[in-house]
Design a protein around this ligand. Sequence first.
Ligand code: GAR
Length: 217
Amino acid sequence: MKRRVAILISGRGSNMAALIEAARPKDFPAEIVVVISNRADAGGLDRAKASGIPTVTIESKPFGKDRAAFEAVLQTALDQHRVELICLGGFMRLFTAEFVQRWFGRMLNIHPSLLPSFPGLEPQAQALRAGVKISGATVHFVIPETDAGPILMQGAVAVADADTPDTLAERILGIEHRIYPEALRLLASGQVRLEGDVCKTLAKTNPDDTLISPATE
Ligand code: GAR
């Protein structure tokens, strides 16, 4: 049986689109049963509809700081769609510890840096300011702290001297679209185990696993 997945978005939804595309084949172990946005103007909603995925909009603004009230409505939508796993794809609203606890081990997020470096806003600009030569993207389980939690998968890119936050973001986004579906595949097929703060998987280590930046002669 395929695991039933909700994708939560706030914006353009390119990771959402990558997950929807990846989940199409019959042998993918998860199906995207609903896309939920906390903003009516999220571009991803049209993309989801065009792909034939049901969408739900729950505007979070009217709830102000009452996160629990927003989450009660969200939980009802998740229950209605019998959701088993949640993927956050650029979902820009913080959760209460209670909601996170309820979904612990079943809710993933993607962040455009090699966590635990550069959590929070503008991680690509943070990476450039720090002068790192390698950056990337991280898929992790959600815990109450923002952009933290057991790491399921990471992908790396070389950082060039000429990079701007935008050029780096574009390259990292390409990695995001590759690793998020693979991380979901591992989780949905039961190949993931949590040991305290650490996530272990049955997946192999990539044999082509060396990235040196800048390139050597
Ligand atoms: C992605 O780069 C994602 O990693 C980032 O928001 C973007 C959403 O793009 N998420 C975070 O920064 C979470 N802290 P998308 O809507 O095209 O998927």
